[in-house]
Ligand binder design. Structure first.
Ligand code: ASP
Length: 430
């Protein structure tokens, strides 16, 4: 049944159709399509008739002939080759993706979901070891990469902070990277300097994933953000093409928004409203890149104006740790994304996102906790999706993505279907 959901979701993604348009194309009622897309454990979920499945497969085949012409019969190169960095299976920047390779990755992410959600287990990476090197603070990224690797059957060795690593004794990135490559099969690295993870990658032939290089990039976060947007939009009957995204907060040092705006630029006709204090605006080279793809960009210091009518609000934390004694001007309490403002200027189907952590200290002006019971808040759906996304990245970089579906067994233990006490608010959204 989850295969049925994956198949339909993937078809809609490829055809770039909303649920309404897809059901019209198939000649079925929207309600029928909704029941085929429901999670298998929902009492309302139904199997789609075989005839429909065949029809969808035919449409997909026809469409790929139309878009690719004669080349359609040529075998696609493996995904890992199409996204490689200088010929190596490494993920350093989202610039390694185009829209096709991204959507191929999302198909692998869908396959991972039953394992990420603890209904199934797989051991495709049994015996493999992940080296997790975090030279900067992290909770989510470090633990979710580790958990994703373990759920594929691998094991994790890690080191955190400079103090307990040999870098504190003056060891170079080159030496650390080469030494670790003899110990582990893949490296996930976070480091405070922009470009440092690429330096790790140059010193090794094993896969390296950039888990955040200072204010540079955070590719896995942006991929999980975009995957979440697509999933939420599928439920809401929207497409990423033509959408309005508001980004709020520290757009200068926030690496997650740097990666996300690049990925979103692969889609068509977007409108971005960028809301930041004057000293924390999005870097000019990213504005140029977005504009060169024909998207509309508006910059404003007014939260109220910027959020009005947005389909996605992406809030970020002020990255104080990156300020070299700079003062931030204009970062006032009016800057906080709070429920009263969201109710006043956003739509009932706006989604509210944040890469987390939210700064909850007094005066922080970050995404407000008074939105915690609002179903538009997608932050925990983002973190949950992060596991499946990171599993998919490991599987692709290590070349086991095609083994996962046939290796799955039922999980031998029981876990709650809703992992958080407040998740019921969001139940049935999928
Ligand atoms: N966790 C994200 C990052 O590492 C966002 C943040 O720290 O504000 O970039």
């Amino acid at each position: 049944m989850s295969q049925q959901q994956d198949f339909l979701r993937d078809a809609m993604r490829r055809l770039n159709l909303t649920r309404d348009a897809f059901s019209a194309r198939l000649g079925v009622r929207r309600r029928a399509l909704d029941t085929w897309l429901l999670p298998a454990d929902s009492s309302e979920s139904r199997s789609m008739p075989e005839m429909v499945e065949r029809f969808v497969a035919e449409i997909l085949q026809h469409e790929s002939r139309n878009t690719d012409g004669a080349a359609s019969n040529a075998p696609q190169r493996p995904l890992v080759q199409r996204i490689s960095a200088e010929g190596k299976p490494q993920l350093l920047s989202v610039s390694q993706f185009d829209r096709d390779s991204l959507e191929d990755l999302f198909r692998v992410v869908d396959v991972m979901q039953p394992v990420a959600r603890r209904q199934k287990v797989t051991r495709v990476l049994e015996g493999a070891v992940l080296g997790s090197l975090f030279f900067e603070a992290s909770t989510r990224t470090r633990v979710s990469f580790g958990s994703a690797f373990c759920r594929l059957g691998g094991s994790v060795c890690d080191t955190t902070g400079f103090t307990f690593s040999s870098m504190a004794k003056g060891e170079s990135i080159y030496d650390t990277s080469r030494v670790m490559s003899g110990y582990v099969d893949v490296l996930v690295v976070r480091h405070p300097e922009q470009g440092s993870v690429a330096e790790f990658a140059r010193a090794t032939n094993i896969p390296v994933i950039n888990a955040g290089d200072g204010p540079g990039e955070h590719p896995s976060q942006a991929i999980l953000d975009l995957y979440t947007i697509q999933r939420e939009f599928s439920r809401l009957g929207k497409l990423v093409d033509g959408t309005h995204v508001a980004m709020v907060g520290d757009l200068k040092y926030g690496r997650t928004v740097h990666s996300l705006i690049k990925l979103l630029s692969l889609y068509r006709n977007l409108k971005f409203t960028l809301i930041a204090p004057a000293s924390l605006e999005m870097p000019a080279h990213l504005l140029e890149l977005v504009a060169s793809h024909g998207h509309v960009i508006e910059q404003t210091p007014s939260l109220e104006d910027g959020l009005r009518g947005a389909d996605v609000v992406y809030a970020t934390r002020i990255q104080k740790e990156r300020f070299a004694g700079e003062e931030i001007e204009g970062y006032t309490p009016e800057f906080q994304v709070r429920k009263a403002l969201v109710d006043a200027v956003c739509k009932p189907d706006t989604i509210l996102m944040h890469p987390l952590p939210r700064d909850g200290r007094p005066g922080a002006n970050d995404l407000s906790v008074d939105l915690n019971h609002d179903p538009r808040l997608a932050i925990f759906r983002q973190t949950d999706n992060g596991i499946a996304v990171r599993m998919a990245l490991f599987a692709v970089l290590l070349g086991v993505e095609h083994q996962v579906a046939r290796s799955m067994r039922d999980a031998g233990w029981r876990s709650p279907s809703l992992v958080g006490p407040d998740d019921a608010v969001f139940d049935g959204l999928d």
